[in-house]
Design a protein around this ligand. Structure first.
Ligand SMILES: NC(=O)c1ccc[n+]([C@@H]2O[C@H](COP(=O)([O-])OP(=O)(O)OC[C@H]3O[C@@H](n4cnc5c(N)ncnc54)[C@H](O)[C@@H]3O)[C@@H](O)[C@H]2O)c1
Length: 458
């Protein structure tokens, strides 16, 4: 087999797993291996219980696994065999030293580069799939080229734009695939090879090729702009609550302008997920590094509004429940950072729950997919937090229900039954604006939609 049909992906996480499963599905002529240092994760990918939940993922994995898709911990053999190596390891925010709390921690990425040097025996194309600061490819190129075996590594950037919860659909029908390459002959040849993989199912006009630096930066900017829209509408939700305007109406009215568009314009308790905050902070750090403090401040505002929105939500709960929630039972509906995923990384639910616990509330959490992660996120609070695998059990005896994730099933619950089982007065704080507020009010609930006036009788 042509060595460029042997593809390796280092990092079997939320990006590496689904991305490679879809490539394997769409390119039967390629042989794909996904490796990880985390043995448990690799074992899960090889079992019936995949390590992550994504609609449609199980079917794709079952179709391709052990045919042209393999999950392994044997990095050495996989590096030796592959012609193209995607690197999809985590790049969290640095927690120590220079740039702590802002810059990307590139230790996993550099370790990977050194592993590639150690085992490689011939020239390879190395593709950055992780989200990285602009100019990382340059550093990577230098590390890889420091090998003493005379091997040439061509570094490309191919950031991933899929969203959790819709990963499989996004990967099958992407808005665009972005691939950045050096403007050299070797760079352009490597680019053609990677374009050819995607062209198996992505129309050529949707495959955007750029220089490496534009590609790296575009990923950070895309996430910053998406998050900026959420913070923009969330900032307006605070104003709506003061002025009897309704943020849903404002959002719809504004979004009908075709120059603005309606997507990513729903107010809520804030954005979460492993990427938005980290990527914006990384952008902020880069702007500071390049002597652009005004630009850094502009983007930092997006994160500040997100923190403000979470704090504001908790303040409204405490204020409306008679200024104390100590020892009151609160049912938390939804812990994942968004619907259709079990991922809770940076979920607003974590920060909101911790603020409620500081107020000494007693929490009971329900989420259809994220309870296991929620337990880890709230470790240490076992005496004050319970977990329920049924929403009706979750709300029994509670003073309030909080909607923190927009799971569809929350719209169709039997609210009269929930109301009956709760302590009175019963409150609903709809942090995602997905419920029928007037109906709930008529049932007897005190209803607090996000970004519009309270509907309350107390
Ligand atoms: N999660 C998303 O929705 C998303 C979307 C687009 C881009 N990204 C970016 O993709 C990258 C990966 O994100 P993720 O969510 O898949 O992370 P993840 O934490 O789910 O997965 C990363 C995996 O890499 C493994 N790993 C780390 N160092 C390794 C090494 N030296 N050798 C082998 N394996 C190693 C880890 O064990 C882990 O399983 C990040 O840069 C992220 O910003 C994520």
């Amino acid at each position: 087999m042509d060595k460029f049909r042997k593809i390796l992906c280092i990092g079997a996480g939320y990006v590496g797993g689904p991305t490679m499963a879809v490539i394997a599905d769409k390119c039967p002529a390629c042989q794909i291996t996904v490796v990880d240092v985390n043995e448990q994760r690799v074992h899960a990918w090889n079992s019936d219980e995949l390590p992550i939940y994504e609609p449609g993922l199980k079917e794709v994995v079952e179709r391709t696994r052990n045919k042209n898709l393999f999950f392994s911990t044997d990095i050495e053999v996989a590096v030796k065999e592959a012609g193209i190596i995607f690197v999809s390891v985590n790049t969290p925010t640095k927690t120590f030293g220079e740039g702590a709390g802002m810059a990307a921690d590139l230790q996993y990425w550099e370790t990977t580069a050194r592993t590639i040097i150690e085992y490689a025996e011939d020239d390879k194309i190395v593709v950055e799939k992780s989200t990285l600061p602009v100019k990382t490819a340059e550093a990577m190129h230098k590390i890889l080229e420091s090998n003493t075996k005379g091997i040439h590594f061509e570094v490309l950037s191919n950031p991933e734009f899929m969203a959790e919860g819709t990963a499989v659909d996004d990967l099958r029908n992407p808005d665009r695939v972005l691939i950045g390459a050096m403007q050299t002959e070797a760079g352009q040849e490597a680019l053609r090879r990677v374009v050819d993989i995607y062209a198996n199912w992505v129309p050529r006009e949707k495959i955007k090729t750029t220089n490496v630096w534009s590609s790296e930066l575009s990923k950070l900017v895309a996430n910053a702009m998406l998050a900026q829209r959420i913070s923009s509408i969330n900032s307006i939700s605070a104003l709506c609550e003061k002025t009897d305007a309704d943020v849903t109406e404002v959002s719809e009215a504004v979004g009908m302008d075709s120059r603005i568009g309606s997507k990513f314009l729903r107010a809520g308790v804030g954005f979460g997920g492993s990427c938005f905050k980290k990527d914006i902070l990384n952008l902020v750090y880069l702007c500071g590094h390049y002597g652009l403090p005004e630009v850094a401040d502009y983007w930092e505002g997006v994160v500040k509004i997100n923190d403000f929105q979470e704090r504001r939500f908790v303040k409204r709960i405490v204020a409306s429940m008679f200024n104390t929630i100590a020892n009151k039972k609160i049912a938390v509906f939804g812990f994942a950072f968004k619907a259709d995923t079990g991922d809770t990384r940076e979920a607003p639910a974590i920060y909101i729950s911790k603020m409620l616990l500081e107020e000494r509330a007693l929490l009971r959490v329900y989420d259809p997919e994220a309870l296991e992660n929620a337990r880890k996120d709230l470790a240490g609070f076992e005496e004050m937090v319970e977990y329920a695998d049924d929403p009706y059990v979750c709300a029994e005896g509670a003073h309030a229900i909080l909607i923190l994730t927009e799971w569809r099933e929350f719209k169709t619950l039997d609210y009269p039954r929930l109301f009956e089982s709760m302590s009175k007065p019963a409150f609903v704080f709809d942090g995602r604006n997905i419920l029928e507020h007037k109906k709930l009010y008529d049932m007897g609930f005190n209803v607090y939609p996000l970004g519009s006036s309270d509907m309350t009788r107390v």
